[in-house]
Design a protein around this ligand. Sequence first.
Ligand code: SME
Length: 152
Amino acid sequence: MSFQKLKPEVKAILENENLSVDHRLSQVCEVLKENIPYYDWVGFYFKNGDKEELKLRSFAGEPTDHTIIPFGKGICGQVAVSNENFVVPDVKAQTNYIACSINVKAEIVVPLFLNGENIGQIDIDSHTPDPFSKEDEEFLQWVNEKVAEVLS
Ligand code: SME
């Protein structure tokens, strides 16, 4: 399904006040994973209270051991401090990378801002080498903006 077709689905999930915010976030992870063939794991990490670490809040795909990630560690931890999108076409080429599964070939992490503050991120793992484009970055930024509206 194209990103344009997915947007109304994501919006409807996030605006569904009958579901808890956690449930809505899990559904967003599911809908992205199920509809984009090269999205094999989708998760939201958020800053864990006032600690300098990320905590996994919702995900779709295989469970991961990495539910807590210190700032600066791995792709996720680097995005927590850089405030920039991080597109990794080949995870093997990264030195500061936390492997979750031997099947993962590529990863994209996009920070999530609330009132200008980097409070979390969406993280996608792919079993396909080099699958991510500018369209993925723009779509995931849009998803994060919609999530921020729900959290505000
Ligand atoms: N690969 C990530 C860790 C999280 S997993 O992809 C679920 C990283 O290097 O930060």
